[in-house]
Design a protein around this ligand. Structure first.
Ligand code: SIN
Ligand code: FE
Length: 305
C-alpha cells in the first residue's frame, strides 16, 4: 500500500518503535496520511486563505514563504492591499512554525537534522492548468529543484488540503528504487563525478554569482541526475501511460507527507492547499539505504554528492 493512514489515537502517545517503522515506510516511498490534520489551522486564518480567490485578484498565484529570511513571495505587491499582504505573511509564518513544531515531535528519530525550506499556499484549481510540460504537476514526476541543489538531502513535503469540501486528487507511482531502473541505463546515464577541474570551475561560478545564470553550474552529479529524471519522466509519454500507479484522494481537512524526490506523484484536481518543505539529511534516515543518493551511489559505484 503506498498510503499509510496514521490513526489519530496514536498521535497523543507516540511509541518509539512505531515512529521508527513509520519513518522507514516514509523513507521507502509510502505516504503518511492523517485523515484529519494533526495541525489544524486557526479558523480566522482558514477563512482568510479561502477568501483569497474571491476577493483579490492579486493573491492568486502560488504564494511562498521563506522561513530562513521570514520573507513572503508570489504576492503582487502593486495591486494587493498592504493589510492583506501583512495578513498573508502572518498566516504563512504561523503555518510554517506549526508544522515545524509538530514534525519535531512526530519525526523525533530525525532530531531536526533538516533545513526548513519554503512553505507554499496553492489557491489555484489544479485541474486543467495550462503550463509548459516541465512545469506541469498533472504529469507523474519526482521533485527536483532547478536552481537549489540539495546535494543528496531529501525533499520531505507536508501537505494540508484546506478546501472545505473537495478532495485533492493525486496519482502516485512506484518509488525511486523501483522506477529508476526503467530510466537508467538507457534513457538516462548517471553523470560521472565532477573532475577536480570541473569542481573548481563550479566553485568559482558559485562564488562569483555566475552560477545563477547557468543553474547547471550549481549542480553536482546527484542534482543533475535528479533534475534530468524529473524532466525525462514528464516528457516520456510511454512512462506516463503505462507505469504502475495508484489514484489517491486526500479528503478535505486531511494532511499527508511524502518524500517527493522518491515518490512519483501528480496532482489531477483540487484547490487550496498548504505545504511545508523540509530538506532532510540522508544520514538522519532510519533506513539510510532507501535514500535516492544511496541507491544511485550503489548503482554508479561512486560518490555523487
Ligand atoms: C506537486 O508537488 O507536484 C504538486 C502537489 C500538489 O500541489 O498537490
Ligand atoms: Fe511535485
Amino acid at each position: 500500500m503506498p498510503v499509510q493512514t496514521i490513526p489519530s489515537e496514536s498521535l497523543g502517545s507516540p511509541n518509539n518503535e512505531q515512529i521508527r517503522t513509520w519513518c522507514s515506510r516514509l523513507e521507502a516511498g509510502e505516504v503518511l496520511y492523517f485523515a484529519q490534520t494533526p495541525v489544524p489551522i486557526p479558523p480566522d486564518d482558514l477563512t482568510f486563505l479561502l477568501s483569497q480567490q474571491q476577493t483579490s485578484s492579486s493573491l492568486h498565484k502560488n504564494i511562498a514563504y521563506k522561513p530562513d529570511r521570514d520573507k513572503l513571495s508570489g504576492v503582487d505587491e502593486k495591486s494587493a492591499k498592504p493589510a492583506e499582504v501583512v495578513r498573508m505573511h502572518e498566516v504563512m509564518r504561523r503555518y510554517s512554525k506549526s508544522i515545524e513544531t509538530f514534525l519535531s515531535g512526530f519525526l523525533a528519530p530525525y532530531e531536526r537534522r533538516w533545513r526548513l525550506d519554503y512553505a507554499s499556499f496553492r489557491p489555484l484549481e489544479e485541474k486543467g492548468r495550462d503550463l509548459p510540460v516541465r512545469r506541469r504537476n498533472d504529469l507523474l514526476h519526482t521533485d527536483a529543484f532547478p536552481t537549489r541543489p540539495t546535494r543528496g538531502w531529501r525533499i520531505l513535503r507536508f501537505f494540508h488540503n484546506i478546501h472545505p469540501s473537495r478532495t485533492r486528487d493525486w496519482v502516485i507511482g512506484e518509488p525511486f528504487g523501483r522506477v529508476v531502473g526503467s530510466f537508467t541505463p538507457g534513457k538516462l546515464s548517471i553523470p560521472r563525478s565532477d573532475s577536480p577541474v570541473v569542481r573548481a570551475g563550479k566553485q568559482v561560478a558559485q562564488a562569483t554569482g555566475l552560477a545563477t545564470l547557468v543553474p547547471q553550474w550549481k549542480r553536482g552529479p546527484y542534482d543533475e541526475f535528479m533534475m534530468r529524471l524529473h524532466n525525462t519522466m514528464k516528457e516520456d509519454s510511454v512512462f506516463q501511460e503505462s507505469c504502475v500507479r495508484e489514484e489517491v484522494q486526500f479528503a478535505p481537512g486531511s494532511s499527508w507527507m511524502v518524500y517527493t524526490e522518491t515518490v512519483p506523484h501528480a496532482v489531477l484536481g483540487g484547490q487550496f492547499a498548504l505545504e511545508q518543505t523540509f530538506l532532510v539529511d540522508p544520514a538522519a534516515m532510519v533506513t539510510r539505504e532507501s535514500a535516492p543518493i544511496a541507491i544511485l551511489e550503489k548503482m554508479a559505484g561512486a560518490k555523487l554528492g
